[in-house]
Design a protein around this ligand. Structure first.
Ligand code: GLU
Length: 483
């Protein structure tokens, strides 16, 4: 089995493309086949190096490695279409020589005129084969005079049946197909042609792609056959729809894979979520690691119905995956987000690293994305607290808050150590002595040291902050109590 993912570097890899890449990769890995990455960069005006690099980076990040393709090479290279011109010319010559392709001298203006005329005469427009009927001498004369000619593929009569891996049998009446241009007047081959030549030369056995390509498939099958090749098996993936049932687009919440990476999604979560956009195992299990997907994924189990992209579900899945990370790994993964916010320096080690792990541990399951760490851990790491004005108003500005803080200040100054258990014992005893609930007592100190009303357990929080920071913050907060 030889499978390829063939992105055009004309944009970033989005959810739909990520799913296509994943399904191809799983198909290959499940069967022990070869996964090829081919860059379809024939559209020189729209293809960029930046998009190419971003796509490659995203695939690597998702964990989808390729056996042949850019940067790794392989026997069927080059893997950039822009470098494969040497294969396309001879293929066109072969079709011309065998009469399955022909020169077309119709100019764009002539074609436009006839196209506009067709509906007026109650016909659908398809190329009318005017140039197919040219006498040989006429054609030779035009060519020798240097007339501009495109090259069209001659679609044979009959039907083309595609036994789709996902959709089942799909039948196309060839009379519905145009004699498509396979090389433009400037000699550049067109998309449907180069894909076929590459798929044949690269020995691709399975093509899995979005169903937006379905209408290309009969053309590609016919060209493969005309070239004397065996077309690959095709599988067309259902569209990915937005929540409102419309095709997913940027405006409808489609986000580039790279954006998810930057906003703190785990590749495990994304891969897991994408795997379920059209495929399911038993309809019950939802959490799958990549290696488990390799074992369980079957292309035959992909449904033909459009899949709805649900950002909330993806976020939930991300949260589950973060919860499952061992502490050291979790710390490694949140680190870049803390570094980029300047909350820790790059290369934390030793005690500082241990302290950081404790913070991550204390924050516990509060992270939905890795980037939530900056919000959750900011007050531990920053030198200053940012006081949330609502929390100040609701807690610190209330009568008695200053007195509470003053009382706790004394206790914390005198505490024999700053272990959570010690702090809990002392603060509890103080609450009992004053006859107020622990919650009431603790809330002002929480706002004082974290800037807000919600935080991890207060005793762990105080302990991690340490005596010095805790006392300095209580002092600062007393200035906000209005006392
Ligand atoms: N380059 C095409 C695209 O990005 C994929 C073509 C194919 O898979 O055959 O949509």
């Amino acid at each position: 089995m030889r499978v390829r993912f063939a992105p055009s570097p004309t944009g970033f890899l989005h959810v739909g493309g990520g799913r296509t890449a994943l399904y191809n990769w799983l198909l290959a890995r499940h069967a022990g086949g070869t996964f090829i990455l081919r860059i379809e960069d024939t559209d020189a005006a729209r293809s960029t190096q930046e998009y190419y690099e971003a796509i490659v980076e995203d695939l690597r990040w998702l964990g989808l490695d390729w056996d042949e393709g850019p940067e790794v090479g392989g026997p069927q290279g080059p893997y950039f279409q822009s470098e494969r011109g040497g294969s396309y010319g001879p293929a066109i010559e072969k079709l011309l020589a065998e009469g399955t392709a022909y020169h077309c001298f119709c100019s764009k203006e002539e074609l436009d005129e006839r196209r506009q005329q067709a509906p007026k005469e109650g016909r659908d427009w398809r190329y009318d084969r005017r140039c197919l009927d040219l006498q040989d001498e006429e054609r030779e004369r035009l060519l020798s005079e240097g007339a501009q000619a495109s090259i069209r593929f001659r679609v044979p009569d009959g039907k083309t049946v595609v036994d789709d891996l996902i959709l089942g049998k799909v039948e196309f009446d060839n009379s519905e197909l145009d004699d498509l241009v396979i090389a433009r007047t400037d000699g550049r081959p067109t998309y449907n042609f180069v894909v076929v030549v590459d798929d044949l030369e690269m020995g691709v056995t399975h093509v899995v792609r979005g169903s937006d390509h379905l209408s290309n498939t009969p053309k590609q099958v016919l060209i493969s056959q005309a070239l004397g090749g065996t077309p690959p098996k095709y599988g067309h993936l259902p569209l990915v729809l937005a929540q409102d049932g419309k095709v997913l687009s940027k405006r409808r919440g489609a986000v580039a894979i790279g954006e998810y990476r930057k906003s703190g999604y785990l590749p495990e979560a994304l891969v897991n979520y994408l795997s379920l956009l059209g495929w399911s195992y038993d309809g019950v299990q939802e959490i799958f690691a990549l290696d488990e997907l390799v074992e369980k994924f079957e292309i035959g189990k992909v449904g033909g119905k459009p899949a709805a992209f649900d950002p909330d579900k993806l976020l939930w899945m991300n949260e589950q995956w973060i919860k499952g990370l061992p502490l050291g790994d979790r710390t490694d993964r949140v680190l870049p987000f803390l570094v980029s916010e300047g909350l820790v320096g790059a290369g934390v080690a030793g005690e500082e690293r241990e302290h950081l792990e404790k913070i991550v541990e204390t924050i516990g399951d509060r992270l939905k994305t890795l980037s939530d760490i900056t919000d959750q851990a900011g007050f531990f790491l920053a030198s200053d607290v940012i006081y949330d004005s609502m929390s100040v108003k609701k807690v610190l500005a209330k009568p008695g808050a200053d007195e509470t803080l003053a009382g706790l200040q004394r206790i914390l100054e005198e505490a024999p150590d700053f272990e959570p258990e010690t702090l809990q014992r002392l603060i509890r005893a103080h609450a009992e002595e004053r006859g107020i609930s622990l919650g009431k007592l603790v809330q002002p100190v929480r706002v004082a040291v974290t800037g807000r009303t919600a935080s991890p357990g207060i005793f762990e929080t105080l302990s991690l902050l340490g005596r010095e920071k805790t006392l300095a913050r209580i002092e600062e907060a007393r200035g906000l109590t209005g006392a």
